[in-house]
Design a binder for this molecule. Sequence first.
Ligand code: FHN
Length: 611
Amino acid sequence: MKSAEVVRACVVAGLLSVLAAPPEPARAQASPPAESPAARDARMEWWREARFGMFIHWGLYAIPAGQWGGTRAGGTGEWILTNAKIPVEAYEPLRDRFNPVLFDADAWVRAAKRAGMKYIVITTKHHDGFALFDSAGTDWDIGATPFKRDVLKELAAACEREGVRLGFYYSIMDWHHPDYLPRRGWESRSADGADLDRYVGYMKGQLRELLTNYGQVGVLWFDGEWESTWTSERGKDLDAFVRSLQPSILVNNRVDKGRNDMAGLNRAGEWAGDFGTPEQEVPRTGLPGVDWESCMTMNDTWGYRSDDQNWKSSAELIRTLVDVASKGGNYLLNVGPTADGLIPEASLSRMADIARWMDVHAESIYATSAGPFKKLSWGRCTAKPGVLYLHVFDWPEGGLLRVPGLSNAPAGDATLLGSEAALPVRRVDDDLVIELPATPPDAPAPMPVRVVRLPIAGEPEVTVVLPRADAEGVIDLRPEDADITGSHLRYESKYGGSLGFWTNPEDAASWTFDAQPGQYWVSIEVSCTPEFAGSEFVVELGGTSFTGVVPSTGAWGTFTVVRTESILLEDGGPTTITVRPGGEFRGALMNLRAVRLTWAPGEVHEPFPVR
Ligand code: FHN
């Protein structure tokens, strides 16, 4: 489109958005009334109890499905406009091809409900700006497609019939609207005449439609807030605008600017939004007093890609649901329907597996809170008043399940969910030991998680049992158990679980263990790319510290054991080991997957040369 045409397009678009929908004030929405903690708890209650929802990424991008101009575009399906650098005018004809004749709202909602998903969040407008609803503010919407039907209306009606809550995803970033800034770097479309305030007015007009025409909306799931043109002031104003229309709605933290990248939780400060939004990951530990929801894909894409067959197993999806619930969070699991309107079969089969697991175990997920344990070597724990749900991922040798440090006495029979048989329980030192069947009851095709229901007297009381040397004298300290200080270092589940993003030389990781006096070998398992290798690290233990140099392992996912030195600990008891950058720092220290201490009381070792 030539510059004159572009300017005309901006003017026309601006006029259309004004003529077609009443102008909304671009800013200065009155703040929502102050809300008491009790009122907030009441508003959040259904969502906290739900624990499990379905994310739907659906739009024009399902038509190219990851391919453009005969070649495979990189990245996720819904980013194809940007990833394939498609000029807006070349993308627009997709509207005339959108005709999902196989779309069946009832089928979608029933599949979600059968899988135990209590709410649905659907992309009403993703970054490409296309409205999946009939919007008066634009003809860049489903009303202008051959399909014409308002899928949100049909979805809202189906959710009403099935008792499933409906939420709306809405992208602040808009690659199509001429008033949105910034333009994509490679675009030729001029930014002349673009007016971000006018765009905010357009956005509010659409949000008014979404919050007026489709009944009670459970969640407004904002996204695309990260660009510099979006400010906290605008975010707080938009949050207030949404709440003025539906005061009981929940709004995620991506309306504002507090989110700490994909970790999804807010940095310190006053930010709008009711819950944090970790993406493609689960926080390392529970976050008492913080509401959060991990959103994840079943394969690698949000919007449909015909070539993405990298599906997570049903077992992994179920264990992630458990992991999230055990830390007090919600799990928003995504499907990317096809251009015909079908949820991919690979998604449906996984949802059916989840349904079978939920048939037996739903009570250990819904309306539960985080378990009282910092970590359990064999699984996870969720809790309800007077009951602990022990989620067994790894069946214990001989069936003896050791519950570390639990002081509470059982207040009734321990049972495996799905069975009435009482399981013998006895106390061994600080622990409770529950006798499970020697092998999982549904072997040889055991469910990925079996759950013990353990009634307890009173509030859970757990004495922290510090790691101590096993029979071989070995103590393995895990990344997910590290006490982290600093701003960037964090646990990431990639590469089998390690501490990564070690880009701040002030960040450190520590573990406390129960030491016995004697000599200890210390080794750490690290990875580092050639680009960053060579930084110095320091290990501090028992008043001694030694340094090493991080080797290159070729890739972040390739680890090697760096044996450092041997240390004599004169005293036993709780002892802390710390790993931190020291000396030269080359921008990223390492990824750290394990710290191993080997107790060798009878030996005196020469210090190891650092490899
Ligand atoms: O860019 C989007 C992406 O397409 C997808 O919608 C995810 C889902 O949360 N959010 C953004 C990436 O963080």
